[in-house]
Design a protein around this ligand. Structure first.
Ligand code: NAD
Length: 429
């Protein structure tokens, strides 16, 4: 099929590459001209495992193209996906100006029937607004359908998630766009749920809020574990063996972050408020998340006492492993909090140092994780990169002025750390 994706970011680029990989003809549109030029010249603006190969292969095979012209993309396709950002505003509500602008641009380019699919995460009832906007700005009377098709990929596993989705959600107003939408997704062999647009939009916010709730739940348990001498990982293991609960998203930590969970949570609270409901449960999820960071910083301050002029090595800057994305990263917040206390920071991340250099000032970026501890008073793990488990702990212990390691992601085994001579503080154990 001929498909266009407007917005070539984390979602748009991976979706475009995966659609091309299964045989569709894809045009990816972005109004960031430098991004389009980079992609055209073979560069990749983001890190995502497996993405570069997919983009290279499908560009070379002529199934994936890049342009900065929405009109060109709309003209060439049967189905037009919107995958632009929906960032949070100061009051927690969603800034829908990118969506509205794209709706106007699509309207201006419509000359025959198209299916306009919203893949961005949007508040319930946005589909109605998009349809109204396209109708209002369309020059001629042209038929179109608006569809909601929320995206559930996880950064760091985006290609895998796109190629093998748990389910595809398609929200429609009429049955007309359903066969085409089913054709788009037929190669992925995933269950397809066809529902109304408002339900589809709610499914996305309800899912993300539930996952955030699950994380805050285990984080709240971790506080109880610390108070009682229990081990949160043992508790999570025991809970997770119950199929009704499941082990995933039960990892205690210094809190969740990223461009989705915090913004989708506050958006959902705001949406509920606008509909006259007080979603107090989700407000508590937010509170627990914020307190995890406070508690972690306190743990560091309680141990090191005065941070001023102490050198701390921070492992991890990305908001999670396998990505270079630092948007609302707890690791970045932690660095800023430690700097505020007067600490000198040496930092390392396998993929996110370039992006972090735009927001973190006066820190020393260390390329080799094994050299991070040199001249440090303590180490902190802030992101759960798998490769941090291979840190040369013996070398780190000798390089540190005192062998202190704060683990905000529970990567190491407390008994082993003690055996190696570390003062080791993790979460809920
Ligand atoms: P992003 O910021 O990485 O990408 C958005 C892209 O849209 C940017 O490249 C920007 O230049 C482009 N853009 C903005 N206005 C445009 C316009 N008028 N025309 C063409 N391009 C335009 O954002 P993202 O992380 O890919 O997220 C996109 C949406 O998907 C958001 O609603 C987000 O909540 C949702 N989502 C994100 C993830 C994730 O893990 N990142 C997962 C599921 C859903």
């Amino acid at each position: 099929m001929k498909l266009t994706i407007i917005g070539t970011g984390y979602v748009g680029l991976v979706t475009g590459a995966c659609f091309a990989e299964v045989g569709h003809q894809v045009v990816c549109v972005d109004n960031d001209v430098s991004k389009v030029e980079l992609l055209r010249s073979g560069g990749i603006p983001i890190y995502e495992p497996g993405l570069e190969e997919l983009v290279r292969k499908n560009t070379a095979d002529g199934r994936l193209r890049f342009t900065s012209s929405t009109a060109e993309g709309v003209e060439k396709s049967e189905v037009v996906f919107i995958a632009v950002a929906t960032p949070p505003q100061d009051d927690g509500s969603v800034d829908l100006s990118f969506i509205e602008k794209v709706a106007r641009e699509i309207a201006a380019a419509l000359t025959n029937y198209k299916i306009v699919v919203d893949k961005s995460t949007v508040p319930v009832k946005t589909g109605e607004k998009v349809a109204e906007t396209i109708k209002r700005y369309c020059k001629a009377r042209v038929d179109f359908d608006v569809v909601s098709n929320p995206e559930f990929l996880r950064e760091g596993f985006a290609v895998e998630d796109l190629m093998k989705p748990d389910r595809i959600v398609i929200g429609v107003r009429s049955q007309r766009p359903v066969p085409a939408m089913k054709n788009v997704y037929a190669p992925f062999n995933a269950p397809i749920i066809v529902t109304d647009i408002n339900s589809a939009e709610l499914i996305k916010h309800a899912s993300n809020s539930f996952l955030a709730l699950k994380i805050s739940y285990i984080n709240a348990i971790s506080v109880l574990c610390e108070a009682t001498g229990a081990n949160v990982q043992e508790v999570a293991h025991g809970m997770g063996m119950d199929e009704r609960i499941g082990r995933r998203f039960l990892n205690a930590s210094l809190g969740f972050g990223g461009s989705c969970f915090p913004k989708d949570l506050s958006a959902f609270v705001k949406i509920a408020e606008q509909e006259g409901c007080d979603f107090a449960l989700l407000k508590e999820v937010q509170k627990i998340n914020a307190s995890q960071m406070d508690r972690f910083v306190k743990k560091i301050v309680d141990t090191l006492w005065v941070l001023k002029d102490k050198t701390i090595g921070v492992l991890g800057l990305a908001f999670k492993q396998n990505t270079d994305d630092i948007r609302m990263s707890p690791a970045i917040e932690l660095c800023q909090r430690l700097q505020k206390e007067g600490a000198i920071l040496r930092v390392h991340d396998p993929k996110a140092m370039e992006k972090a250099s735009a927001v973190l000032k006066n820190v020393i970026f260390v390329k080799d994780m094994n050299e991070l501890a040199d001249g440090c008073d303590a180490l902190v793990v802030a992101t759960e990169w798998e490769e941090f488990k291979k840190l040369d702990l013996e070398r780190a212990r000798q390089a540190l002025s005192h062998p202190i390691l704060f683990d905000g992601r529970n990567l190491f085994d407390p008994a082993e750390m003690e055996r190696l001579g570390f003062i080791y503080k993790s979460i809920g154990r």
